[in-house]
Design a protein around this ligand. Structure first.
Ligand code: DQA
Length: 148
């Protein structure tokens, strides 16, 4: 089983960025966290972070035929990007949406997620733990659908 974890704009600044909302841990710490969860589960994992919408679309397109599933935190593009939604639909890989913060209980505009239309489920407001849950969700989904 091979999964790809995609993080969108400004998530490279975790730790520095609004720590009251996103915590004090860095992007590198997030990568190590997910890496260790996957290692314990025998799952191969790759990471991609970009501040550019089109680059995220390219990354999703290239995932086709290589990865079994995608974990995506599209960050601000969650609330704006039909292109990312369409890319996820196009490759039709099982995807799980993650947000570190509780997007439902922040500004009104964060309640809209375009990408959720192409995702199995969403974990929000759980910090790094949301990514761990997403790994397990994908594993379970792939097992149930006999893809692993
Ligand atoms: C975020 C929530 C988004 O609304 C925001 O634009 C982000 C991060 C989260 O992880 O909580 O950049 O996706």
């Amino acid at each position: 089983m091979k999964i790809l974890v995609i993080n969108g704009p400004n998530l490279n600044l975790l730790g520095l960025r609004e720590p009251d909302i996103y915590g004090n841990s860095s992007y590198e710490a997030l990568v190590s966290f997910v890496q260790s969860v996957c290692e314990k589960e025998g799952i191969e994992v790759s990471f991609y972070q970009s501040n550019h919408e089109g680059d995220i679309v390219d990354c999703i397109q290239k995932a086709y035929g290589i990865y079994d599933g995608i974990i995506i935190n599209p960050a601000a593009y969650t609330h704006t990007s039909i292109a990312i939604l369409d890319a996820l639909k196009a490759v039709s890989l099982p995807a799980v949406e993650v947000h570190l913060s509780d997007v439902e209980n922040r500004e009104e505009f964060r309640r809209i997620s375009y990408v959720s239309g192409a995702c199995i489920t969403t974990y929000a407001g759980l910090g790094f733990e949301g990514y761990r849950k997403a790994v397990f969700c994908l594993k379970q989904y792939l097992f149930e659908n006999q893809k692993i």
